[in-house]
Write a protein that binds this ligand. Structure first.
Ligand SMILES: *[C@@H]1O[C@H](CO)[C@@H](O)[C@H](O)[C@H]1NC(C)=O
Ligand SMILES: *[C@@H]1O[C@H](CO)[C@@H](O)[C@H](O)[C@H]1NC(C)=O
Ligand SMILES: *[C@@H]1O[C@H](CO)[C@@H](O)[C@H](O)[C@H]1NC(C)=O
Length: 289
């Protein structure tokens, strides 16, 4: 009797493992790239004009044939525009670029521009690691061909998953960038999964969207990097950022700023957030007014 009971238990354990494996393998893009969260994120995207910012949306076609959308906010007046650094922004794994317009305050505060980007919001396609890397490269090519933007200093800034996109883009195009800023980014997806889904910790070998920033960051050789870390991050343990900081071997400066009350998604609301970026940019990239 006991034997049969044990056998059932074993079958049950196998069934659960197989089910979890299938779920993880099949739905990891949906889990990782939660472009439909919050509800409506793929249909309603706030416009810069709602925040008093220049409202220009560009539609770019990636080399794999998808149309992606991005807001491009250029300072008025060509002289001013050419002297302001360009910030290309990669947002985190939920929502869309409209949700990040509060960060575009950088536009007014530091005379810079923000170009949020993604296969998110109204952009076509379903985000994947390969696709987001192509999107980022497409954005860079757009900037490098733009009559004004091609003359400006260029900074990549990414939040969380966007930080992984930014590290990857800079590592592959270092000569085109003047600085990198990452915020609450993880070492890699397989190293993050056990923290977020403890039940899946033995199945991380099934993760095919890996974003191995702990490797990629080593290929950023000379660009200065600013690390912004929320110490109350409930999603990505702040230790991941600390390790990325340690691993980075850039010969440009490494600057660490942490926010004791910041959580995963509200770093930009913490005291000193914009000032930290302004100081880093002023010291390492461009003298701002
Ligand atoms: C994340 O923060 C932004 C502000 O930067 C906000 O607009 C957005 O709604 C937040 N998203 C979630 C899922 O909390
Ligand atoms: C980073 O390096 C410093 C100095 O080598 C060390 O004290 C610290 O524990 C390291 N932190 C992490 C998270 O590895
Ligand atoms: C963090 O929150 C605590 C408690 O609300 C407060 O005393 C402290 O000043 C805050 N720290 C910062 C840097 O804002």
């Amino acid at each position: 009797m006991a034997m049969i009971y044990l056998l059932y238990l074993l079958y049950f354990a196998i069934a659960v493992t197989v089910a979890l494996s299938l779920l993880l393998y099949t739905y990891q893009c949906e889990l990782l790239y939660a472009s439909g969260f919050p509800t409506g994120s793929r249909s309603v995207v706030a416009r810069p004009s709602q925040f008093g910012l220049p409202d220009k949306e560009v539609i770019l076609v990636t080399k794999d044939g998808y149309k992606i959308r991005s807001y491009v906010m250029i300072q008025r007046g060509e002289d001013v525009a050419i002297q302001s650094p360009t910030v290309v922004c990669f947002h985190a794994h939920t929502g869309n670029m409209g949700h990040r317009l509060p960060i575009a305050q950088m536009y007014t505060k530091f005379r810079s521009r923000i170009l949020p980007l993604c296969s998110y919001g109204l952009s076509e396609g379903r985000p994947t690691e390969k696709g987001l890397k192509i999107d980022a490269q497409t954005m860079l090519e757009y900037i490098k061909q733009h009559p004004i933007l091609k003359h400006t200093k260029l900074i990549a800034y990414g939040q969380s998953l966007g930080g992984s996109v930014a590290i990857s883009l800079v590592s592959r195009n270092e000569d085109k960038f003047d600085a990198l800023i990452i915020e609450n980014t993880f070492l890699s997806v397989p190293l993050l999964v056990p923290h977020i889904f403890p039940a899946l910790r033995h199945l991380v070998y099934l993760v095919h969207q890996t974003w191995k920033s702990y490797k990629t960051i080593k290929y950023v050789h000379h660009v200065p990097i600013l690390f912004l870390s929320s110490l109350k991050d409930e999603l990505v343990p702040p230790g991941h950022m600390a390790k990325l900081y340690n691993i980075s071997q850039t010969s440009g400066v490494k600057v660490w700023r942490d926010f004791e009350n910041g959580t995963h998604n509200d770093t930009c609301m913490q005291n000193g957030f914009f000032e930290s970026i302004a100081e880093f940019v002023r010291d390492n990239v461009w003298e701002l007014d």
